[in-house]
Structures are given as C-alpha cells and as structure tokens.
Design a protein around this ligand. Structure first.
Ligand SMILES: Cc1cc2nc3c(=O)[nH]c(=O)nc-3n(C[C@H](O)[C@H](O)[C@H](O)COP(=O)(O)O)c2cc1C
Length: 164
C-alpha cells in the first residue's frame, strides 16, 4: 500500500491526465475529488469562476483513501487554476483536511502563459506544513513534459531525503 497520495479535481480532464501520469510514475494512490456540483457547459464555467472569485468552499465528499490522510508521507494535490486561484473544490479539500497533511506538493493546470505561481502561497494558507514541491503545467505547451519531469525529480529528491 503506497504512502504517497495523489488527489485531484478536474473539470475537463487536464488535471486528471497530469495526475494519472504522476501517480503511475511514483507508484502512488490516485483519488479524485468530487463536490457534486454540475460544472459542465457555459453555466458551469461561470459557476467555477464565481466560486473561485468568492472563495466559496462547496462541501467535498470525504475522499475514500486507503489510509487516513495523516498517514501519507506525501499528499500531492492537483487542481486547475480558476480566476487566478486554485479551484474551489481543491480549496474545500485543503480547508477541511490541510491541517492533517504531513507533507504536501501541488500540481496546477492552467490555460494561459502566466504560471500563476502565487496560487501555491494561497494553498499554503490551509496547509501548515507548506509545500515541498510544486509545478504549473499548461496542456499542449512545449515545456509540459519537461516541467512534469522536473516536478517528479523534486518529489523523488524530497522522498529520498526523508529516507536518509
Ligand atoms: C472558470 C475558469 C477560470 C479559469 N481561470 C484561469 C486563469 O485565471 N488562468 C489560467 O491560466 N487558466 C484559467 N482557466 C483555465 C484552466 O485552468 C485550464 O483550462 C485547465 O487546464 C483546466 O483543467 P481541467 O481540465 O483539469 O479542469 C480557467 C478555467 C475556468 C473553467
């Protein structure tokens, strides 16, 4: 049973794709976050934007993980960027469970050139341990594979440093 958890929210599949690859490479458990809100189509898109701007925290279903969250050595949280913030679903998860995490890392999926790296600090507000590694990826961009590999390298470095 892995002691690394990859947990993510994805509206249109980009974050899911990135997290599937990261989980596969690290041999981590993979869990999707759901808030039960219909976010499809134009109305759904608008709702996502409003939720992000208002910092609304919709209740997320308790993630069904194999271990209690506090028992994972590293929890990697994946989220799309919405209106310069993390998705409200990821925010809800962090608000509810961020205090339980031993170590965290962030994977952001974005649509623009701007890496939105200030979102890492926003997420840290809910996570007392802060983040050990982070990456911002844009689907289809030239640097996507490079930055994803770089994130995996940072993550492996952190994990092997812990084993010493
Ligand atoms: C409501 C909304 C707001 C968004 N705001 C931003 C933004 O501020 N900056 C950005 O780079 N991308 C923004 N995006 C684009 C998404 O972050 C991007 O398409 C991402 O890859 C979607 O991930 P997903 O397929 O896992 O849902 C926004 C998308 C939505 C739906």
């Amino acid at each position: 049973m892995s002691d690394i958890l990859c947990i993510y929210y994805s509206r249109t599949g980009s974050t899911r794709g990135a997290m599937e690859k990261i989980a596969r490479t690290l041999g981590a458990e993979l869990v999707e976050l759901k808030d039960g809100v219909n976010r499809s189509g134009f109305k759904g898109w608008l709702r996502c934007g409003m939720d992000a701007m208002r910092r609304t925290c919709p209740p997320v279903a308790k993630p069904e993980t194999k271990r209690p969250l506090a028992d994972y050595r590293l929890v990697i949280i994946g989220s799309p960027v919405w209106a310069g913030r993390c998705s409200s679903v990821a925010r809800s998860f962090l608000k509810q469970y961020g205090k339980e995490l031993q170590n965290a890392a962030y994977v952001l999926l974005r649509g623009s050139e701007d890496k939105n790296e200030e979102v890492y600090d926003q997420m840290d507000l809910y996570v007392p341990c802060g983040h050990r590694a982070a990456v911002s990826l844009r689907s289809g961009s030239v640097g996507y594979a490079f930055w994803q590999e770089e994130f995996l390298r940072q993550t492996r470095d952190f994990l092997s440093g812990q084993e010493k």
